[in-house]
Design a protein around this ligand. Structure first.
Ligand SMILES: *Cc1c(COP(=O)(O)O)cnc(C)c1O
Length: 413
């Protein structure tokens, strides 16, 4: 089965208890058991069943199973937000004194998290790109993981995942990839060599901007050495399961960032159309980027499918020729950028991505407000940059809208 068929007809498509094609919403905190003995078995993991929603819930499991299958992973763990997923994915294997290497053109929230982790004694070394020449000099004997985004947001660099995975594995380090912006429709990073994948499923997986959530997918292939990752030492009897076992039984359970059952349901619903939506959004983004290039007053239009993009060959090779549904451009000045987004009729000014509606944001005054200038420029964020998350609207309407907005602000300095 290919992607769209597999989503609808995969092994988890029907609820075995009721025959419901969508999972019933178990909107409860805890589950009852016929006897204390039976409850003990569930708690010991010797009988199937659920005890308490922070630890597991059938609606959340339905979402996790679908995502694990869609990403080609061994297991998935859902979280209350994408940031919860990124933090849990890292803290599961890091301790004070450890280091990680991350590319510097990352989602602002992740940059902010990495700074926060310094308070816990965890140091991030930022590589200018995911290339060997930028990454290798930053690897030390304390490095415990490498982190990158498939398509960086908003820099729009496509990471060479096979090369970065090979490099990480040559140093016996796992590669964790944030696949939010590319989605499983474009690529499965686990199949390209990544070891763990995280998503902000608030974005393309949900699809309509109706719930915040995140998910961690474990490829189940990395062989963890408990000398180097001591947090996993209680799970070394099953080395390839160690990552998810420790996550579910210790860290994630103890920190408590579980997803709400209602939101898991909304994500399962969103997933059913992810193939259609994302493909349409990517094609709209490529067409809009192409059209924006010819508008006077706009410059540095960026989308991985444009001939001038250095990421184009990787988008061709690894992302099926699609470059994601985000594009950016520079309006010439901060004033003109803010005026332009105010003139758009269809695009909403919203600091989100992955919605069916087209969304625009001025990153320098919103999502990067906590970054200093140097960090912004390293992430590819400038005072006049506009980020567009392209939706499923009719492309002619989008092109017309951006054209009239660009004309309307052309005499602003
Ligand atoms: C939005 C986003 C996150 C954070 O996700 P939330 O659901 O907002 O917590 C992480 N990584 C990327 C690439 C994102 O776009």
């Amino acid at each position: 089965m290919k992607l769209n068929t597999a989503i609808l007809h995969g092994p988890y498509s029907v609820d075995p208890a009721t025959g419901a094609p969508l999972p019933p919403i178990a909107q409860v905190s805890a589950f009852s058991h016929p006897s204390g003995e039976r409850m003990e078995k569930v708690f010991r993991g010797q009988a199937p069943g659920f005890a308490y929603t922070r630890l597991g819930n059938p609606t959340i499991s339905a979402f996790e199973q679908r995502i694990a299958a869609l990403e080609g992973g061994m297991a998935a763990t859902a979280c209350a937000s994408g940031m919860a997923a990124v933090s849990m994915a890292l803290l599961n294997i890091l301790r004070a004194g450890d280091e990680l290497v991350a590319t510097s053109r990352l989602y602002g929230g992740s940059l902010s998290l990495f700074h926060d982790l310094e308070h816990f004694g965890i140091v991030t070394r930022f590589a200018a790109s995911g290339s060997a020449e930028d990454v290798v000099p930053l690897i030390t004997e304390r490095t415990r993981l490498i982190f990158a985004e498939t398509i960086s947001n908003p820099g729009l660099d496509v990471t060479d995942i096979p090369a970065l995975a090979a490099l990480a594995h040559a140093h016996d380090i796992p590669l964790i990839i944030d696949n939010t912006t590319a989605t499983p429709v474009l690529v499965n990073p686990l199949r390209l060599g990544a070891d763990v994948v995280v998503h902000s499923s608030s974005k393309y997986i949900n699809g309509s901007g109706s719930a915040i959530s995140g998910v961690i997918v474990d490829g189940g292939r990395f062989v963890w050495d408990v000398e180097r990752w001591p947090t996993l030492k209680n799970y070394c009897q099953m080395p390839k399961m160690a990552y998810t076992a420790r996550l579910r039984r210790d860290l994630w359970e103890n920190f408590g960032p579980c997803l709400a059952p209602q939101n898991a349901y909304l994500n399962v619903l969103g997933l059913e159309t992810i193939g259609l939506r994302v493909e349409r959004e990517c094609r709209n983004a490529a067409a809009l980027a192409h059209a924006l290039e010819s508008l006077s007053g706009l410059r540095a239009v960026n989308h991985p499918t444009l001939p001038a993009s250095p990421s184009r060959p990787l988008a061709e090779r690894d992302l099926g020729g699609l470059g994601g549904a985000i594009l950016t451009f520079r309006a010439g000045s901060r004033e003109r950028a803010l005026a332009l987004i105010g003139k758009l009729r269809y695009a909403y000014i919203v600091s989100n991505i992955g919605d069916v509606r087209t969304l625009v944001v001025h990153p320098a005054s919103s999502i990067y407000i906590h970054s200093d200038r140097e960090e912004m420029e390293r992430a590819g964020v400038y005072d006049d940059l506009i980020r567009v998350s392209v939706g499923i609207e009719d492309i002619d309407d989008l092109i017309e809208d951006f054209t009239q907005a660009a004309q309307a602000v052309s005499d602003i300095e």
